[in-house]
Design a protein around this ligand. Structure first.
Ligand code: PNS
Length: 188
């Protein structure tokens, strides 16, 4: 185990099984891993920062040396304020490399003492991204196995708010249709 704190920054909108896989790997290597959600992203997110914070906390409860936090502004400034020794990022495929290299070198230029460490999630998650998960879920497709169950549930609720109440008991109320009373189920 490496001494010191590592920061795993990202948008996590939503967290995927690939993210979780990387957190589990990172937690084995670093003394402490801080998963840091970017607050001031230009993108309009599907989940609020509070929702992502809640999901990530629930997902990492079993990882005692993993902490969830949020940050604003420059990531290296946040990392310095946390006295982190390195930044952890995941690389799934060669297509990630160019963007990640650019970001790692920019971060090194901004803060030369901070190293970026790349890790690979399990190959079964190599095609999984938050963007594609959102796209599939929004189009009504299945995301089972791509995201943890808690996230799957939250995605369903986000896309169909009525889903949240599907198991709640319904009150039977009479409805008058064409002068005749018809029993109708009403959501509680
Ligand atoms: O999950 P993402 O969207 O790929 O994460 C990108 C993130 C949040 C790591 C990156 O955008 C970031 O660090 N933003 C903070 C602003 C910053 O420091 N920019 C300079 C990095 S080159």
């Amino acid at each position: 185990m490496n001494k010191g704190i590592a920061i795993y920054p990202g948008s996590f909108d939503p967290p995927t099984n690939g993210h979780l896989d990387l957190m589990e790997r990172g937690a084995k290597i670093f003394e402490e891993l801080v998963v840091a959600i970017l607050r001031n992203s230009e993108k309009s997110p599907m989940f609020s920062v509070a929702e992502r914070l809640e999901m990530l906390r629930a997902l990492t409860g079993h990882l005692k040396n993993v902490r969830i936090d949020t940050f604003d502004g420059l990531m290296v400034e946040y990392a310095k304020s946390m006295q982190a020794v390195c930044i952890l990022r995941g690389i799934r495929a060669i297509s990630d490399y160019e963007y990640e290299l650019q970001m790692a070198l920019m971060n090194r230029k901004l803060e030369p003492t901070l190293e970026t460490v790349f890790m690979m999630p399990a190959d079964k998650y190599s095609y999984v991204s938050s963007r594609l998960v959102r796209e599939v879920a929004q189009a009504g497709g299945p995301v089972k196995g791509l995201v943890p169950e808690i996230v799957e549930q939250k995605l369903r609720e986000k896309i169909d708010p009525a889903y949240k109440f599907r198991d709640e008991p319904r009150e039977i109320v009479p409805e008058i249709i064409g002068g005749r009373e018809k029993k109708r189920k009403k959501r509680a």
